[in-house]
Design a protein around this ligand. Structure first.
Ligand code: BGC
Length: 503
């Protein structure tokens, strides 16, 4: 018995040693954060500077805002989010904060024309919105031409208002029939997505030159398959990695399909389509910079969240290796360089601590310290950190692609924080442009208040805030600031002075 006991101890010890060595090797194999994240930014705050001159943006810079279908249209009842909003978890709790549901949302499906007039009043010359797949293809293989006509009218309205469209083909929601057949975990979805993209692009190519294939594949994969806070609510690292890779494959096919359909200027305007991927950029830093465990945790998060998707597109090779969990190394046809621009959604930074009790999030935890850092009113996860936009842009320089800021915004029901939020972020964009980053436009999130996914209807991101009882839109101070910034195409001395005086 004694011998058996010793043998068991030896065996378990040996296994533990092997696992630790594998984990350590894995941690070591990931490039250090300093190598992949441009941290060498000076601390830049517009408000602390007293600049005499205006800071001009490039000629033909685009100023605008963004929305996504499910978040503003209302009455989207045929997708996985609708079902999720009605569902309860195993403890009977709602999936969405306060048991909110998107419902009528901002009724943008009916009010788009008036909303674009509001955007025009803010001197916007670009607007990003998404087409709802479940409206266009309500049942597999069946196209709804009423929905097609609706989006045709949306595009015509933008044109009348002198606003260039940027159209997103996938923004988090999936038709119910697709979700029921396994969603993005099922590799067949890649081809179903391509079929939908081809249909949509054939319908609208004469009116759209700037396309986004997929919004934030990394957020979708992590929230829906690792954190379980988006449908289908899984918490499975392998599933997350599978979904991430299927999304990238879907993106690659969509990219090639759109270019194929645009051969020889199909829309007659002789401008080639610009097709991009929207990447949510976050800054990850160690909670305690003196702790090597925290530094490792931050670099792991940065790697999985920021580097993986970008490097996969740049190299055409999807390569993950999480020891004992999942490994993949695959050259994907058509993926290499499948972006004419990179869309950047930037909101915040995360401080990361090593946490041994969390193997399923790779032993890392994001810390929340309102005593030390400035947060927006929705708190955790929403630190206000404008320098992070500059750092993200500097990091992206290595991919050598034009960049649009496709989302940047703050939930601010009171409206007092938004002007400086916009001013500071615009200043960081300007700084990056001075250092040679090719930024083509800045689109604020969002034009009007939106249904904020798992956080429901209370966060107020809109440049126009919406009274959901009356559907009345009211311009915020942040909207006024962006209006003046767009008109001048510069952070003029007057705008700077306004910001310094607290607006
Ligand atoms: C998403 C939007 C969302 C915004 C604010 C982005 O990650 O694309 O849908 O509303 O962040 O959370």
């Amino acid at each position: 018995m004694k011998v058996l006991g010793r043998l068991l101890v030896l065996l378990t010890g040996g296994m533990a040693l092997i696992v630790s060595v594998m984990v350590l090797r894995f941690y070591k194999s990931i490039p250090d954060i300093a190598a992949v994240q441009a941290h060498n930014a000076e601390s830049i705050s517009l408000l602390q500077r007293d600049l005499k001159e205006g800071l001009a943006f490039p000629k033909e810079f685009f100023w605008g805002s963004a929305t996504s279908a499910h978040q503003v249209e209302g009455n989207n009842t045929n997708n996985d989010w609708y079902v999720w909003e009605q569902a309860r978890d195993k403890n009977g709790r709602c999936r969405v904060r306060n048991c909110d549901a998107s419902g009528a949302a901002a009724e943008h499906y009916q009010r788009f024309d008036a909303d674009f007039a509001l955007a025009r009043n803010l001197n916007q010359n670009m607007h990003r919105f998404s087409i709802e797949w479940s409206r266009i293809e309500p049942k597999e293989g069946e196209w709804d031409f009423n929905a097609v006509n609706h989006y045709r009218e949306v595009l015509a309205s933008l044109k009348r208002h002198g606003i260039r469209p940027m159209v997103t083909l996938h923004h988090f929601t999936n038709p119910l029939w697709l979700a029921q057949s396994g969603g993005w975990k099922n590799p067949k979805t890649i081809y179903k997505f391509e079929r939908y993209v081809r249909f949509v692009v054939e319908q609208f190519r004469s009116d759209v030159d700037v396309w986004v294939t997929i919004n934030e594949p990394e957020v979708y994969a992590v929230y829906a398959y690792l954190y379980g806070i988006f449908p289908p609510g899984e918490k499975d690292l392998t599933a997350m990695l599978v979904v991430m890779s299927n999304l990238l494959k879907g993106h690659a096919r969509a990219y090639r399909a759109i270019h194929e359909l645009y051969n020889v200027g199909a829309d007659g305007d002789r401008r080639p389509a610009l097709v991009g991927l929207v990447k949510h950029m976050r800054i990850f830093m160690p909670d305690d910079p003196g702790s090597s465990a925290d530094r490792s945790a931050a670099k792991i998060y940065n790697y999985f969240f920021n580097v993986l998707a970008l490097d996969s597109v740049a190299t055409g090779r999807i390569q993950f290796n999480v020891p004992l969990v999942y490994a993949r190394d695959e050259i994907v046809e058509g993926l290499k360089d499948s972006w004419d621009f990179i869309g950047v959604n930037y909101f915040s930074r995360d401080m990361v601590a090593f946490d041994f009790s969390r193997p399923y999030t790779l032993f890392a935890r994001i810390t929340y310290r309102p005593d030390r850092r400035r947060y927006s009113e929705i708190g955790e996860g929403w630190e206000i950190f404008p320098q992070g936009l500059f750092q993200s842009l500097m990091t992206l320089k290595r991919y050598d692609r034009p960049i649009f800021i496709t989302e940047n915004g703050i939930a601010d029901a009171g409206g007092a924080l938004r002007p400086s939020f916009i001013g500071e972020h615009a200043y960081n964009v300007w700084q990056a442009i001075q250092r040679g980053v090719d930024v083509r436009g800045y689109l604020y999130w969002a034009l009007i208040d939106n249904f904020e996914w798992n956080m429901g209807s209370s966060p107020r991101f809109g440049l126009y805030t919406v009274d959901y009882q009356t559907q009345e839109r009211r311009l915020t101070a942040g909207g006024e600031l962006l209006r003046d910034l767009a008109a001048a195409n510069a952070l003029t001395p007057a705008i700077q002075a306004r910001l310094r005086s607290g607006y």
